[in-house]
Ligand binder design. Sequence first.
Ligand SMILES: [Zn+2]
Length: 195
Amino acid sequence: MTLVTIPAREGAGLRLERGQRLRLVDPLGGQSGDLVTFRWGDITEWLSNGRSFDYGGKLYFSTGDVLYSNKSAPMLTIIDDDVGNHDFLYTACSIEMYRIQYGLTGDHPSCLDNLTRALAPHGVEAHRMPTPFNFFMSAKVQPDGRLVISPPRSKAGDAIVLRAEMDLAVGLSACPSLGCNGGSTKPLAFEIFGA
Ligand SMILES: [Zn+2]
């Protein structure tokens, strides 16, 4: 498969078969994205940050780490990672977040809207969206418990590669938040490789 661009502030939906690899690319650098997965054909099983923290014994994931479902099955394994800095704590940004945190009164694109649109064919509703794996997003827990977001460390062309451990419905979003992306929103890209 060739490289597919996700335009800035937009999303994409795709199917991954067990054994296939998904390569997520930051073409320009400094851009983060959201990844959510459900078992293909069964939206009662989704990517779980809590289970992944539990079985991994860590908050931050990179090459060799497994991301688990809410039913404790491996969903994805990270098999290559140029960046080594991703967030799995934050929920997808939403219109409410832009209104509550930034005082926005009008409309604003959001990862929650993008993911909901991408996964709507599977019957996933916004209020059931799990916490995404926020690839390339830099958010670190401080010793006093505060969370500090800084610009993504990804440089132009950097990528992360994940292997599907079951058939998956995947939602992706190029995050429209200026605050998480160094002050500008940029495209992302992906490609799927065979098993
Ligand atoms: Zn976002």
